[in-house]
Design a protein around this ligand. Sequence first.
Ligand code: PEP
Ligand code: MN
Length: 263
Amino acid sequence: SSRVFHPDDIVVKTPHSQIDHQSLTLMAGPCSVESRDHLLKMAEVAKQAGATVLRGGAFKPRTSPYSFQGLGEEGLKYLRKAADAFDLDVVTEVMDEGHVDLVGRYTDIFQIGARNMQNFSLLKAVGKTKLPVMLKRGMSASIDDLLNAAEYIAAGGNQQIILVERGIRTFDNKYNRNTLDVGAVPVLRELTPYPVMVDPSHAAGYHDLVIPEALAGVAAGAAGLIVEIHDNPSQAFSDGPQALLPEDLLVMADKARKIKAVL
Ligand code: PEP
Ligand code: MN
């Protein structure tokens, strides 16, 4: 996975997206897939903002076992239908090695969540597939930990990897849910050939911080943004406080493109 062996950038290709540092890829959608109709609404919003990938969790890694765990395969079906209705790709989390085949039947990109960044059997399993893998940095993972996790995927033969900085735990996570490690973006770009994206939603944790952190990520050289949206955040099944309203997503996307254009 090192630049030493891969001097050229690796471009990640999906049916509707080309994820690389020449462009700015937008992925948007709710934290969790909640219902068929809600997801269709959110897919329409994502499309309007210029997103090419619809996000949404059908298998949710919740901190508490009593929180909503996701709709499972039903959610995957809604994702596929909503994405197809608007010519979008799907990115969704696979949490378990045993679900790789199932999730792979519906998604265009596997998401490996922060909590599973070092689930090595899961990394090996997605490394044997041909689908792109969006690998999120663990909340307490060093950059080298992330690189080694990516290596587990690449070693299986799959180099269609996207790295995501989504905020890490630091001494002060009172006002930000996690601390966006903006500096990780240029470091990862130097060290690896993979596109590096930023998830300002899980870094910030609060909607009013999401746009500035997204823009900081773009300014630092991110190849794209993955952002959570909701039309009624107080009723969201998960991560409501960090969800951008539809109109805010449009504002964010517009500003992000302006920043990208001057880099
Ligand atoms: C998510 O994308 O909703 C998610 C759970 O992200 P992370 O793994 O970064 O916490
Ligand atoms: Mn979330």
